[in-house]
Design a protein around this ligand. Sequence first.
Ligand SMILES: O=P(O)(O)OP(=O)(O)OP(=O)(O)OC[C@H]1O[C@@H](n2cnc3c(O)ncnc32)[C@H](O)[C@@H]1O
Ligand SMILES: [Mg+2]
Length: 481
Amino acid sequence: MNTQPIGFIDSGVGGLTVVKEALRQLPGENIIFLGDQARLPYGPRDPKQVRAFTWQMVNFLLTKQIKMLVVACNTATAAALPDLRANLAIPVIGVIVPGSRAAIRETKNGRIGVIGTEGTVKSGAYAKTIHQKSAQMQVTSLAAPKFVPLVESNEMQSAVAKRVVAETLLPLEALGLDTLVLGCTHYPLLRPLIQQVMGPTVTLIDSGAETVSEVSTLLDYFDIANDQPNPTPQRDFYTTGNADMFDVIASEWLGLHIAATRVTITDQPTTHKAAATPTTIVVASKNPGKVKEIAAMFAKLGVQVKSLNDFPPLPTVAESGRTFEENARLKADGYAKMLELPVLADDSGLCVAALDGAPGVFSARYAGRGHNDAANNAKLIADLAEVPQDQRQARFVSTLVLARPNGPARDLVVEGHIDGQIVGVPAGDNGFGYDPYFFVPSIGKTLAELTADEKNQISHRGNALRALESRWQTWFKEDAQ
Ligand SMILES: O=P(O)(O)OP(=O)(O)OP(=O)(O)OC[C@H]1O[C@@H](n2cnc3c(O)ncnc32)[C@H](O)[C@@H]1O
Ligand SMILES: [Mg+2]
């Protein structure tokens, strides 16, 4: 259960078409919306500028502790989504993939039209996404730059609007389209006019409405839905422009009394800084012992830890590296890319001097086929049978890698270790893996004889986590450019 709000951003009132759908599909969720009407329209602007404006909006919403960001604007999605995803610690949803998916689902003859702003059409984002998913689709994109101003001036029903819509859509008439994507969240407000011009046989796809279905799925996927009764949900609306005009359009469209607050966001940091510290970290591990230790450390910082066991099965990343760091990087980068979230991986193991550092990176699979803790321990003891106790020095090593989905170059890598000895007789029931055999002379106990807290205070993983703790927040805030 997570009561933090979902944040929605758009260049203007268009994003309200997404909010409307969110109110219908997710009535218990708290919602914050910000429209950048002062700098509307985004469509004709340079993508770099759209990205900068989008970040300003995002930074404003991050101060409201949002748990998920919905980019309810096609132009901003096309210009900034990968950048936002790479730098934010919360899930970020854009409108282009859901809209594309719905178009492919609905079309019967494979002829899909897309109308959007100049920015969206120029980016080719819809055509690219649709073709990536289904190469045989024929996609025709058309810019409709006059539509946004019509909506923003509340001219949706006027004679001018009728004429503009008819004239704009003329080039699509003879193409035999059976599906048209409304690739701008403003356009559903013109839906009746667009449907009239296109005719009843053309299915209109509202990319925003499709997006909310995805939001709903992802809230469950990340286990951050607000599933408690919420009789007075938060509905906060902000605009950078004229709040009166916003209120008229929003109240009518949403059927609610809306009183938006006017805000200035231009003085927010314009660089790509993700100000928020993440509320959830995904640990790329299936080892419950490890995950428990990492979760305990993060719990103290108010950060929730999830593991791969909390997600539907993902392909396994092969641990083919020769060092702990290589393997930890493979796991962190691999799962960060699949989950599109920041991911922490631990690669750890036991290095025994008398065995030339074995089992090392093979610690988990030391006993070979069908390995498990008991089999690994049995092999270790057998391998050390001839080695006297005073020559059984061993070291546990943990390398932690924190990765963002934007690639390995900026991974944060830390390491921790603990020295001890391997004893012939196991002691203790706590911990996992080789713990019952790992004796720590300074405290006269094996790691399995310690409580979780005691182990964390001295262990390789505890030491690595402390190194991480002092650096990870700065790392998150670093400019990823
Ligand atoms: O790769 P993931 O899914 O994280 O889980 P894993 O168990 O395969 O983890 P590693 O590849 O890092 O292998 C680490 C192995 O080293 C051992 N090990 C690591 N840390 C340990 C600890 O704190 N106590 C006991 N054994 C440990 C144990 O056998 C682990 O399975
Ligand atoms: Mg492993």
